[in-house]
Design a protein around this ligand. Structure first.
Ligand SMILES: *Cc1c(COP(=O)(O)O)cnc(C)c1O
Length: 438
């Protein structure tokens, strides 16, 4: 046995010889030397271990090549959670993807093609955002909503106080807590009220010469129910200090499917001086922090030195503009979905799978908007139910398929799946049920 392995080791072709294979040379131009070499080394290792013949190293290395130079893997999101932070939140619209591709090279991000001189960075993106929210005197865009809040706190409340209800001191995920984020800017959090009840009088009593602004945060990932009270934007706006509202989700206007979810236009109309939101939640765009509000405040934020550290790149500018001006992005299409249509799709998929011998049935399901908004709102949906054993091999599919496991079954919820992907979803399940011979 050892002798055989030793012989195989001697016969394993050298790296340079393998790299000279025309297929690998071509791959190197696309993927770069590091990734191709990694594939070659894996193939050589398998030959040394006697798993493959030394003569098969080139073919094996070709089979080992990654498809792209980046390893983020496309996922079919069958979790029923529309905005899943672990799965990259909102999928971009086709229009946004195209815009990103077009902006990827040299582009007129900060250049005026008419005059040939320097232009305002991201002017088209800002114009699109302003047009989408006419109630905002001005708008600004930063890297994410956390950055929008940090910029606001730094510019308007460093060395001062931010008045915040104890019911709105939220943890946004992965251990990041908004009050700690805000305090990191040098502002002091002035907590008011209690977890379940905070009144306008609580805010009013906390206002003084050190007040920077009042902050209203939408509890986007939890609910406080029962004996509760909270102050509205309109009443707070009458207290004579700026009210900043963090709506979280990024709805620009009210949405009929999510009536309890706050939106930028409504909070601005109610008197908020500034509203902040994410770009990659219910807006359905790229990761971004959106700022809407009074011209003087937005001006102060946009020209603050910190703004330079939080500005977005050309890819975000392109994707955000296309999300705002182009056809509705996948997130909004999903929110408009009809449960009977979803059930019809689930039945069709289940019957195809059953025809392939898979124990698959269509079932009603409840989807959710996700950490991005609308906590506690069940969205009527449909799913294909499979034995739970499918979960692991489906994660290994490409694209990977991620469902939801419960009661010994794997549910593939169709709420966040584009209908155009139903066939790929079915094919992935069939491939797991009947692996092709190797
Ligand atoms: C998601 C969320 C944030 C954080 O937004 P990011 O864009 O992820 O930085 C802040 N506040 C609220 C209310 C949120 O829902």
């Amino acid at each position: 046995m050892f002798a055989v392995v030793d012989k195989a080791r001697r016969l394993v072709p050298k790296t340079d010889a393998v790299l000279a294979d025309p297929r690998l040379a071509a791959a190197e131009r696309l993927l770069g030397r590091t990734l191709v070499k990694d594939a070659v080394h894996r193939a050589q290792q398998r030959a040394r271990e006697g798993v493959i013949e030394p003569s098969a190293v080139c073919d094996e290395a070709v089979a080992e090549l990654p498809e792209l130079a980046a390893s983020l893997t496309p996922v079919l999101n069958a979790t029923g959670v529309l905005l899943h932070t672990n799965l990259g939140r909102a999928p971009l619209s086709a229009a946004a993807v195209q815009a990103v591709g077009a902006a990827a090279g040299y582009t007129d991000l900060e250049f005026d093609l008419t005059t040939g001189s320097r232009g305002k960075r991201g002017a088209a993106m800002l114009a699109a955002l302003g047009r989408a929210v006419p109630d905002a005197q001005a708008v600004h865009v930063v890297n994410n909503n956390a950055a929008a809040l940090v910029l606001t706190a730094t510019a308007l409340a460093a060395g001062k106080e931010i008045v915040l209800s104890r019911g709105e001191m939220i943890e946004i995920g992965a251990g990041f807590r908004l009050p700690e984020l805000l305090a990191s800017t040098g502002a002091t959090i002035r907590e008011v009220g209690s977890t379940n009840r905070t009144t306008v009088a609580d805010y009013a009593a906390a206002i003084g010469p050190r007040t920077g602004f009042l902050l209203k945060v939408h509890p986007s990932n939890y609910l406080i129910q029962g004996f509760t009270a909270s102050a509205g934007i309109a009443e707070l706006a009458e207290l004579g200090v700026p009210v900043v509202g963090d709506i979280g989700s990024g709805l620009l206007a009210p949405h009929p499917v999510l009536p309890a979810e706050p939106d930028a236009a409504t909070w601005l109309k109610a008197g908020a001086a500034l509203v902040t939101a994410s770009g990659d939640k219910l807006l359905g765009g790229p990761q971004a922090g959106l700022l809407f509000g009074k011209a003087d405040l937005i001006g102060a934020l946009a020209t603050h030195p910190l703004a330079r550290a939080l500005r977005v790149d050309k890819l975000t500018a392109a994707a955000l503009e296309a999300t705002l001006l182009g056809p509705p992005p996948p997130v909004l299409m999903a929110l408009a979905s009809d449960k009977d249509v979803l059930m019809e799709r689930a039945r069709r998929l289940a019957s195809t799978l059953a025809g392939g011998g898979v124990d698959a049935v269509a079932v009603w399901s409840q989807a959710a908007a996700g950490g991005g908004g609308a906590p506690g709102v069940a969205l009527a949906s449909a799913a294909v139910s499979l034995p739970a054993e499918f979960a692991k091999p489906l994660r290994a599919s490409r694209p990977a398929v991620i469902g939801r496991v419960g009661d010994g079954r794997l549910l593939l919820d169709l709420y966040a799946i584009d209908q155009a992907d139903d066939e790929a979803l079915g094919a992935a399940v069939l491939a797991v049920a009947m692996p092709p011979c190797r």
